[in-house]
Design a protein around this ligand. Structure first.
Ligand SMILES: Cc1cc2nc3c(=O)[nH]c(=O)nc-3n(C[C@H](O)[C@H](O)[C@H](O)COP(=O)(O)OP(=O)(O)OC[C@H]3O[C@@H](n4cnc5c(N)ncnc54)[C@H](O)[C@@H]3O)c2cc1C
Length: 299
């Protein structure tokens, strides 16, 4: 994995062999061959334009839906810093949000501006780039319901605006072009009173606390809900609640969550997920599909 090819000059931070485990929720896995934290959009765009097209590029948010395999991620991983995390109201119902802004920041700024409808982002511990890519959703709403458009830097370095229709959204899936980095998004809600928005945010936060292992090393929902089923119920029925492999465990609290209890390797976590899939298939005949993005190579 450690081919040391020449990379274009940058104004931001470019690190060779950067460990990714500290940057993802599971706290496991290998290093990025290169980790790039661009100084601004031009820095990102110029870098991608000049980069050998054969080098793979991947965006990283808060790593809240990701297993980084133990052999690390070849090519360049792009992480957006503070300069990409601004959230500004555009008018009485829309907000322009940087690709690196968190869900809590977006929903809090929307509340302050009296814009309702994006409270659900309060409960998803990711960034705008991750929400756009994953069609993140909760409590009956998804990113596609509020997204007007987003600005991306394509793998070629070209900047482009994509509408929600361009992204071909389905459940927890988008057709975001491979290697594209989401640098901002515009969300539309509706006019509402900040106090009412706060009540909804509090309700969502309390519901989360009750149902999910929020302070654990995890990757959120492991599998997509199959048509007509709840993944957690299939996993429970297959007897997998609490199932362990080394330090990897199926959560007792919410069995569509996998946990790293301490020092699990990503290989343990992924193999546990595959074991769950096999048991669910044997018990109910349903093929669970991974929601968690598994990236990089095995050791
Ligand atoms: C406790 C917990 C609860 C969760 N609850 C929910 C929930 O209710 N609903 C839900 O939908 N999800 C949930 N998740 C999963 C996760 O938070 C979402 O999928 C979120 O959208 C991921 O955002 P992220 O920025 O952390 O992306 P990452 O996990 O870093 O990346 C996910 C994918 O997005 C891509 N990506 C990230 N940033 C960019 C960017 N700027 N440009 C291009 N691609 C990018 C990555 O390459 C990867 O393919 C939960 C996770 C946890 C840990």
């Amino acid at each position: 994995m450690s081919v040391c090819y020449a990379l274009p000059p940058v104004r931001g931070k470019l690190t060779h062999g950067a460990p990714l485990a500290p940057l993802v929720w599971f706290k496991s896995g290998g290093a990025a061959e290169w980790l790039f934290e661009p100084a601004d959009v031009d820095d990102l765009s110029n870098f991608l334009f000049a980069l050998d097209p054969a080098v793979p590029v991947m965006g990283l948010g808060l790593g809240s839906n990701m297993i980084v395999r133990d052999g690390g991620v070849p090519g360049v991983v792009v992480r957006l810093g503070k300069v990409f995390a601004s959230v500004e109201p555009v008018d009485s119902t829309t907000l322009r949000c940087g690709g690196g802004a968190s869900g809590i920041l977006v929903s809090s700024k929307a509340r302050d501006a009296g814009i309702g409808g994006v409270e659900f982002l309060r409960s998803i511990p990711g960034t705008v780039g991750g929400f756009v890519r994953m069609n993140g959703g909760a409590y009956g709403r998804e990113t596609k319901d509020v997204l007007v458009d987003c600005e991306v830097v394509l793998r070629t370095g070209e900047r482009r605006t994509l509408s929600a229709a361009d992204l071909g959204y389905t459940y927890r899936h988008s057709e975001l072009p491979s290697g594209a980095i989401v640098i901002s998004a515009t969300f539309r809600g509706h006019v509402d009173a900040p106090a009412a928005i706060q009540i909804e945010m509090d309700r969502i936060a309390a519901a989360r606390e009750e149902s999910q292992p929020l302070r654990s090393k995890t990757g959120g929902s492991t599998f997509k809900n199959p048509e007509g089923h709840k993944a957690w119920a299939l996993i429970d029925a297959a007897g997998c609640r609490g199932l362990r492999r080394g330090d990897a465990q199926v959560s007792e609290k919410h069995c569509n969550f996998l946990l790293n209890l301490g020092n699990a390797a990503s290989a343990d976590i992924e193999a546990l997920g595959e074991e769950v899939r096999a048991k669910v298939m044997a018990q109910s005949g349903v093929a669970l599909e991974w929601e968690i993005q598994r990236v990089g190579v095995d050791k």
